[in-house]
Design a protein around this ligand. Sequence first.
Ligand SMILES: [Zn+2]
Length: 323
Amino acid sequence: MADIEPTAQSNAGNGRSEMIRGTLSIPNVGSDALDIPYFDIRGRRDGPQLTVLAGVHGTEYTSIAAVREFVRDIDPETVSGRILVVPVVNVSAFWARSPFVVPGDGKNLNRSFPGDANGSTAEILAERVFNTFIVGADFLVDLHAGDLPESLVPFTIFDESPVEAASRDLSVAYGLPHSVRQNATGRIVAGSSCAAAAAIGIPSLVAESGQNGLLERPAIDAHLDGLRNLARFVGVLDGDPWPVREVHQHEGWDWLYADQAGWWQASKAIGTSVEAGELIGTVSDVWGDVCTEVRAPGAGTLLFHTASPAVAEKGILAGIGRA
Ligand SMILES: [Zn+2]
């Protein structure tokens, strides 16, 4: 139960602005209860509803930091419509410092949307978050970063959908230097909040900036600037959006995985262009002998890689946004 009901009729546009702090409480999920804090900012004038999520992965701290600062800087008098903000969706992962997954069931929350009320912890959490904060929104942005062992250059992701053109516009408004379009059949990241939202007609965007659990100021600022500009672009926040920035659009992904456990060592810097067949890194055994040379299957830009040398069999090594 939420201690206020965020899906109730909004008072946005009724001549009064306010910022409400609420908690979505989900009792008895596995052995835990989950209490998820959120802000419900209601403007004095009519306008769209923007939902902002962060901490779907609980150790991607730059995303959480940017959303915290975004909210604290908002004067509700400058809002038209409604902004729903959830700074830390995956609260149990945050408190456990658990990368990638929900500790209760070991599942990736961002592969679990739109969720299942009768499923395991991640699926129950996804279902409640989806139906409480996403259904009814006009736009969704979900902030992420490289997780504890991941390094990346900032990029956005949007999905093939009936609202794809509007999602692409959000990616341009966010202003990160790279953007990846995922088609529906070749989708690597299935079950994301944004894919589920787009499937029900809500233009939506994943935004990634930051890495390795570090609170690096430039990475936080990239999120903060992008989020504010997106809010202005959709008309929920006063102010003119900045002039359109150039974004390198990538058509899909190549994600590279370890064919055996070992010592992963990247040989290309993130952000660099690669050609088909180019060496991305190696996996070697405990003796130091190289077992696998990992090569780019096609041309593109190396958008992220695993920074930790210790990789499991089938573990993710790197992601290339196709040229
Ligand atoms: Zn993430």
